[in-house]
Design a protein around this ligand. Structure first.
Ligand code: SF4
Length: 462
């Protein structure tokens, strides 16, 4: 390899004649695709498009509505594929805001099939594996969050942090949702669990627990998606959190910042967030919004406008927690394109990329740990360190671990072993909790033949 001196920096650079960088950065302007190309939205005005009410009222919730919107853009075979998936595999019901559908490639049925956002928001039967559609260790509530509820909906898994699931709905439903056990409407395959305590009592019980638990400093306010909670109730809950002296960090989880940015651009929401940000500033509390964007094409000018509007209210940050999904963002270029679109064009901080959890029927989306390690390696060094997303594995009963943190790895059987350095309430009296090894499993079809054969024998013996 030869190097040449770069005329600006004076440092050595790769000669373009002899070698290419694996990834070449170029600023790319954001684009809001024209929704009027879609038959059902031919006459939709800009005012309607930018209205949260219009977006919510025109979400696609079933096959009939998708046909009405898409007209003859899609072949019949696609609808049949989608219908079969809903009947036999889907763990989430369909709920797709126009904003998200509009970012998909609708130029042909083949292009629609291949679209990264379509792959996780409108999964079809032919997307899924038929050999091992689910891993033998897949489970509803694969992270065992409900087992760690201190009170209903409040998961206390880490020593200083809690997750408050304040509601079980979202403005959009993702096919791979890790909370498929609880979030959204039931599907033919999954009868969703329901909260049993009424919402005001449940939120009150969460606040009471936090008042009597001074070791907790950090609350993730999630669900579901906080954008589905009526603003006054959300504001009142967050304001009550800030009255608890030990709460120093509050993170509001909303994929809708991307899926329905119109929600966060409403005057009452912006004014309410300004009030919360002012109180937070006064009390030295950090409020951030955590969103969930998986593909660069989802970052549109409206998404950037919503993110900037939130930052303008005075909150600390807007961060992204994406999910690493095969066929969606499983290449270094896809992850870097996403990160640069977020950071450079929308002021959203790339933060985490979660490996897809071991829920039923998710095998086609999941990656092996070694693949995630390779991707982490491949994206290092392009982004500023503070904006380089960490790829994490949420190990059942352990919690988030960086993908290189495993203690051991049986590549033949695809079993990685992880340890933990804190106890949850579940292990309060377990002397071995901090030395035990906890397992995570790679998709079986990614294993060498000897490993696949081992799992086949296990399945026969079970
Ligand atoms: S927005 Fe989050 S909670 Fe809602 S369906 Fe998607 S992944 Fe699940």
């Amino acid at each position: 390899m030869t190097t040449a001196l770069h005329p600006d920096s004076g440092g050595p650079v790769l000669s373009e004649k002899t070698a290419r960088q694996p990834y070449v950065y170029r600023r790319r302007p954001l684009e809001e695709p024209d929704w009027r190309r879609i038959p059902g939205w031919r006459d939709v005005t800009q005012d309607d498009w930018e209205s949260a009410q219009w977006q919510r009222a025109h979400c696609v919730k079933n096959l009939r509505q998708l046909r009405q919107v898409m007209g003859d853009l899609l072949d019949e075979s696609f609808y049949a594929d989608l219908e079969r998936d809903h009947a036999e595999r889907a763990t989430m019901s369909m709920l797709l805001p126009p904003q998200m559908l509009n970012t998909m490639d609708t130029s042909s049925t083949d292009a629609f099939y291949a679209d990264p956002v379509r792959r996780y928001m409108l999964p079809v039967f032919s997307d899924r594996r038929t050999d091992w559609p689910s891993h033998p260790h897949a489970a509803r509530d694969s992270l065992h969050e409900a087992e760690m509820w201190a009170v209903e909906g409040l998961t206390h898994r880490y020593p200083t942090k809690v997750l408050a699931e304040i509601l079980p709905t979202c403005p959009q439903y993702c096919g791979h949702c890790t909370r498929m056990d609880l979030v959204g409407n039931s599907t033919p395959n999954v009868d969703k669990h329901k909260f049993t305590v009424k919402p005001p009592d449940r939120l009150g019980a969460m606040l009471d627990y936090l008042r009597r638990t001074p070791g907790v400093r950090d609350v993730v306010v999630s669900g579901g998606d906080v954008a589905n909670m009526p603003w006054p109730r959300l504001e009142s809950f967050v304001a009550s959190l800030m009255e608890i002296g030990n709460i120093r960090d509050i993170r509001l989880a909303s994929k809708a910042l991307m899926g329905l940015p119109q929600h966060w651009l409403q005057d009452d929401v912006r004014a309410g967030m300004e009030r919360l940000a002012a109180t937070a500033h006064e009390r030295g509390v950090q409020i951030a919004i955590h969103t969930h964007v998986n593909a660069a094409q989802s970052v549109t000018p409206l998404v950037a406008k919503a993110a900037r509007a939130m930052l303008d209210t005075g909150i600390r940050d807007v961060r992204n927690q994406g999910v690493l999904l095969r066929g969606v963002n499983d290449s270094p270029a896809a992850l870097l394109d996403l990160s640069f679109a977020l950071l450079d064009e929308a002021a959203i901080m790339p933060y985490y990329l979660y490996m897809c959890d071991m829920i039923p029927y998710s095998e086609h989306w999941r990656l092996a740990v070694w693949e995630a390690q390779e991707l982490q390696h491949a994206i290092m060094g392009y982004l500023p360190g503070f904006a380089t997303p960490r790829i994490v594995c949420d190990v059942p009963y352990v919690g988030k671990r960086w993908v290189h943190q495993l203690a051991d790895y049986d590549r033949e059987r695809g079993i990685s072993y992880w340890t933990k350095n804190y106890r949850t309430a579940l292990e309060a009296s377990d002397p071995d909790a901090l030395t035990r090894r906890y397992e995570y499993h790679d998709p079986i079809y990614t294993l060498p033949e000897r490993g696949r054969e081992w799992w086949r024998r296990q399945a026969q013996a079970a």
